[in-house]
Ligand binder design. Sequence first.
Ligand SMILES: [Zn+2]
Length: 282
Amino acid sequence: MEWKNLPGSGRGFENRGGGRGGGLAVGGIGGLLLMLVAAFFGIDPRVVTNSGLVQTEQTQPQTESGQNDELSQFLNKIAGSTDKVWADIFTEEGLKYNSPNFVRFSGQTQTGCGTGTSGVGPFYCPLDSTVYLDPSFFTEMQQQLGGGGDFAYSYVIAHEVGHHIQNELGIADQVQRQQQRLPEAQGNQLSVRMELQADCFAGVWGNRVSDLAQLTQDDVREAVDTAAAIGDDTLQSRGRGYVQPDSFTHGTSEQRVNWFMRGFKSGDADQCETFKQDYSQL
Ligand SMILES: [Zn+2]
């Protein structure tokens, strides 16, 4: 992936540094956040890695992480390219796109949705229209989730931007209202539809940058491996040894891969209609 070819962002990621510790607290931010990964336990974000884009606290003091290091450049290129792609798509539809804020933090940070911690993975807060990312998650991806890689990391960011698109389009509000009325299992189904749509939107972004970033089959495989690794069935069977489909909130590995690829192959956000299909057909 030639991410340096992508258009940079006007604003890019705000670099907040952040507090040490507390990274493993999960669930303190309630139901407001739409999280990529429901729960990661027992992973020390300070674990050492020396490869690729991932920089740990040991190699990079978090309070002094420069804006011009490779990781910052990467994040700003991905953020900037989502700004460009979605502004273009919204314009095609006669709409105006308000790009999200992007915040890079370490450990924990204050958000419009309460305290955000890195233990839950990257997340989007609809109340302040902000994508929050602790890059230590990339280390976890390398070690736990199919190996990572620059396009895999990009997919994760583009998925969170997908939630911003849903917020902009009013989908997030509608879903949240319905979830308050519905029994939990049905509410979870709506959550699955949301998440698969965000995967599809991430794929749409990938399609639209594929020429510029010179994406290869290997890049696509990185994203697909990640999508497969964070399916509810896969995470549940790894975590507790059995699966409970009623409790799925993000979709199965197969569904996540399929919806990402649907967006990626078509480049058409109208293909991401996860709310119109019968649930069993998703
Ligand atoms: Zn999500």
